[in-house]
Design a binder for this molecule. Structure first.
Ligand SMILES: [Ca+2]
Ligand SMILES: [Ca+2]
Ligand SMILES: [Ca+2]
Length: 396
């Protein structure tokens, strides 16, 4: 079974470029005529016509008087130029399964990593995506329950992060290198901050090797919380990090800043089903009950992006067994998927292999919708790596 799946995966990977092309240009719709506006009955528009085979799709287009522009073998379809009446005629031809307007689409979706500090832990995840690692204290005792930095400590009000004196804390998150906007947002409340005392807000594009101040919470006293946000788009990418650094003469209970609902918000082109919103056409494999169950597939590429159709198998069970970052030689997660791929190639390949998005009863977009995924990141933003990293990836 594993050999068959791998063979099919290899065949599919050879057509990845085509699938990507279709993915970027097609907007599948449940109703074939949805989104269709043609003012002039004689005007033509571009469609993707899917049938039970590419030949039959081409025959249907010709029978309706339309023009076949290109063949899309991987999805048993053709790209076609059709008038409104030809479009209607194609829909009525037996064997035609779906006619989709070939319109450009944008799949930008809002996403975030976030911590509401409801639990006294460095590891909380309250956003749509998981942070890349836990909060890390500096100048303190590495405890969320005591010291200059505390999280969710009930004696201090609970459900918030509190920073006093010269306490500092940072956390990393992978943000898409293609994101048009990345923002750090939080609520804050100050106590005892006189002139010259402040909390610095910093960002890093290299995981915390170097920091840049992007904002500052300066002197004041607050009865409630205020909202703050700072643009950190310049620090986007797989190694984005934020840090809060105290500069106060004393700690709690004299000088401190309460922080709550700390969030890095960004937009992503990874919507549900992306980056492979087309069927790889492994229906004969699926019809035989072969879905990759009990098989682990290791993908050595640019990493993983959290998408429901990858996070879970066809029965909704978690199946991302492990993530390893060979570039930094760290285990990123076990059974708790984290976004690490900020370019998309690794996620695209993983989707071709394993997407559990349902096409129809017993049919799935990916080849092996029930396979376990082991995602190994061995290539950086620009697709480059080195011998040692790739060997480390294979070895792991
Ligand atoms: Ca502490
Ligand atoms: Ca809270
Ligand atoms: Ca003070």
């Amino acid at each position: 079974m594993s050999v068959r799946v791998i063979e099919i995966a290899a065949r599919v990977l050879g057509t990845a470029a085509l699938a990507g092309l279709v993915a970027c240009s097609a907007a599948p719709s449940g109703s074939p005529t949805a989104n269709l506006v043609i003012a002039d009955a004689g005007a033509t528009a571009s469609y993707i016509v899917e049938a039970d085979s590419t030949d039959n799709a081409a025959r249907a287009v010709k029978a309706a008087g339309g023009r076949v522009v290109s063949r899309l073998g991987v999805i048993d379809a053709v790209e076609a130029s059709l008038t409104s009446s030809q479009h209607q005629a194609v829909l009525s031809i037996q064997g035609v399964k779906q006619v989709t307007p070939n319109a450009p689409v944008t799949t930008l979706a809002a996403a975030s990593v976030r911590d509401n500090f409801e639990i006294g832990s460095f590891a909380n995840n309250d956003g749509t995506h998981r942070w890349y690692g836990d909060w890390v204290e500096q100048n303190d005792n590495n405890s969320p329950h005591a010291g200059k930095v505390t999280i969710g400590w009930l004696e201090r009000g609970g459900n918030r992060m509190i920073i006093g004196s010269n306490g500092a804390i940072y956390r990393r998150a992978a943000t898409p290198s293609s994101a048009s906007s990345v923002t750090v947002k939080f609520n804050y409340s100050r106590a005892g901050l006189e002139y010259g005392e402040y909390l610095a807000v910093q960002a890093s594009a290299n995981g915390g090797s170097t920091w840049t101040e992007v904002g500052r919470i300066s002197a004041g006293n607050d009865w409630g919380f205020n909202a703050a946000s700072f643009n950190i788009t310049a620090f986007r990418g797989r190694n984005t990090a934020i840090r809060f650094v105290g500069s106060m003469s004393e700690g709690f209970p004299n000088d401190y800043v309460d922080l709550d609902d700390v969030e890095i918000a960004y937009n992503t082109t990874y919507g549900e089903g992306d980056p492979v919103p087309v069927d790889v056409n492994a229906k004969r494999v699926h019809a035989n009950g072969i879905r990759g169950r009990e098989i682990g597939v290791a993908v050595i590429d640019t990493g993983y992006w959290k998408i429901n159709s990858l996070d879970v198998d066809s029965s909704g069970q978690g199946r991302v067994a492990a993530q390893y970052d060979a570039v930094t030689n760290t285990v990123v997660s076990n059974w708790a998927p984290v976004s690490t791929d900020t370019t998309g190639h690794g996620t695209h390949v993983t989707s071709l292999i394993a997407s559990s998005r349902a096409k129809g009863p017993g049919e799935y977009f990916g080849v092996a919708p029930d396979a376990r995924i082991i995602s190994i990141k061995a290539f950086g933003e620009d697709g480059s790596s080195n011998y040692a990293t790739v060997i480390r990836a294979i070895d792991w």
